[in-house]
Design a protein around this ligand. Structure first.
Ligand SMILES: [Zn+2]
Length: 222
């Protein structure tokens, strides 16, 4: 089977790296001096991995959140069953394990849910950031909930922390990792070795969580 190489990025790096991008294209990073024939040989050898990755990326795109009656949805680690109700006082309402939606508002469920989650996120992150800041002995300024497309969190030099509301759909240990990551930036405003050592101190499995976020970002869509 012939595998198409979409792009080869040459640089003064020492090793060859293969990557499947979000469009399922094979991108290769290679040292300037390595001949194309050698790269092709590597691609042949890594065939199985490449095909498996491409399938994984293609399946990824298929995720659509089930918001139908009776579907379950996890928000900040709590499971709710979606229930459409007639004559509900609110458009959207959390009641014990139920996420109730007024039937006549059902077509607005996504914006309504987003609004509710942003409210819940303010509460969730203020509690968890305060907890971890005290454990880690750092001081932060303020917390904002953002709608950033590509970032899960950020930390400014003024100590302002931003978190993406879509983290609500991630497992709690992943959200905690992002909190620890951003709080570690209060000590190191970069991604240096010292920074990652700081993250590891409070989140020994951070590499696993990073990978989970890379592989499962599509699951955090509303
Ligand atoms: Zn960072």
């Amino acid at each position: 089977m012939q595998i198409e190489i979409f792009k080869i990025i040459r640089s003064n790096r020492k090793t060859i790296a293969l990557k499947i991008d979000n469009q399922s294209n094979l991108i290769i990073k290679a040292p300037s001096s390595v001949p194309l024939s050698y790269i092709q040989k590597i691609v042949q050898q890594k065939q199985n991995w490449i095909i498996a990755k491409k399938i994984e990326v293609q399946n990824r795109k298929k995720f659509t959140r089930n918001l139908s009656d009776g579907a379950s949805i996890t928000i900040f680690g709590k499971d709710y069953i979606i229930q459409y109700v007639d004559n509900l006082q609110f458009a959207l309402h959390l009641k014990n394990q139920l996420l109730q939606v007024a039937n006549d508002q059902s077509k607005y469920i996504k914006p309504l849910l987003k609004h509710l989650i942003i409210k819940m996120a303010k509460e969730f992150f203020s509690v968890h950031v305060a907890k971890w800041a005290s454990i880690m002995g750092v001081k932060y300024n303020r917390i904002s909930i953002k709608n950033t497309i590509s970032r899960w969190g950020s930390c400014s030099s003024l100590g302002n922390l931003n978190f993406n509301w879509k983290l609500a759909f991630a497992p709690v240990e992943i959200i905690e990792y992002i909190v620890i990551h951003e709080l570690s930036h209060l000590r190191y405003l970069n991604h240096s070795v010292d920074f990652w050592n700081e993250v590891r101190k409070y989140c020994p499995e951070y590499k696993k969580h990073k990978k989970w976020l890379r592989d499962n970002a599509q699951l955090l869509e509303l």
